[in-house]
Design a protein around this ligand. Structure first.
Ligand SMILES: [Zn+2]
Length: 123
């Protein structure tokens, strides 16, 4: 059993609870779709990898839009793949249903890893 944050009231509750004991918000299996557009300022970056709740969900080429589905509450980690080498600190955000995000790798040099994720209005 793990604790998750209620999306409505923010209290920590069991991830197996059917509803939040504090506010009654239903917790069971609420699938949501999140779209993420992959961009990079570094031409060596070919792909981005998304992890949802710790599990690798999809790998998406730069320039494409990833459509990923998971149950709420959903934490998304975005990591980049530079050539054949993967790594770096992931950008992390809690996905909001119906929103679109843009993931941009913004460091041109090879010595730093930085992925910015921001909410965007297109797609
Ligand atoms: Zn609640």
């Amino acid at each position: 059993m793990a604790l998750v944050k209620c999306p409505d009231c923010g209290k920590q509750i069991s991830n197996q609870a059917v509803s939040c004991p504090n506010c009654g918000c239903p917790m069971a299996s609420r699938p949501t779709t999140v779209k993420i557009r992959c961009l990079s300022d570094n031409r060596h970056v070919k792909r981005m990898v998304f992890k949802i709740n710790g599990r690798t969900a999809t790998e998406t080429p730069i320039g494409s839009v990833a459509t990923i589905t998971a149950n709420q509450p959903t934490t998304v980690d975005v990591t980049i793949v530079l050539g054949i080498i993967g790594g770096g600190s992931p950008a992390r955000f809690t996905a909001v249903p119906g929103k679109c995000y843009e993931a941009r790798y913004c460091k041109p040099g090879l010595a730093f890893w930085e992925t910015q994720v921001r909410e965007v209005s297109f797609v």
